[in-house]
Design a protein around this ligand. Structure first.
Ligand SMILES: [Fe+2]
Length: 105
């Protein structure tokens, strides 16, 4: 199921993203961790609902995912980009990005 792939990808991505934020001393790391945890819990709830009733696909799943992409990825994640210059080992960004790409391809 595509949602299980989505959650597995997200968890790996979140771990890499949080490691990078930790490495560069990002001040709002705990807010990011909370948002990531919330996303994971919500997507798991959607998976449970879909498994329980395939004929009633939740419309609010699309609202949730759209909101996540708009609010978290575009706004919240963008806030830590200025901190990336403080990474002691910039190769970690490249490695994390490559690890994420490998999961997608
Ligand atoms: Fe994030």
């Amino acid at each position: 199921m595509i949602l299980k792939d989505l959650i597995e990808y997200a968890e790996t991505h979140f771990r890499a993203e949080e490691a990078i934020m930790r490495e560069c001393g990002y001040q709002d790391l705990s807010a990011q961790e909370n948002a990531h945890r919330h996303y994971t819990i919500e997507v798991r709830r959607f998976i449970t609902r879909i498994n329980e009733n395939w004929f009633n696909f939740p419309d609010d799943l699309f609202v949730f995912l759209k909101s996540w992409w708009q609010e978290h990825i575009i706004k919240m994640d963008k806030k830590y980009s200025p901190f990336l210059g403080q990474l002691k080992e910039p190769d970690k960004i490249h490695q994390a990005a490559m690890d994420n790409l490998r999961l997608i391809l």
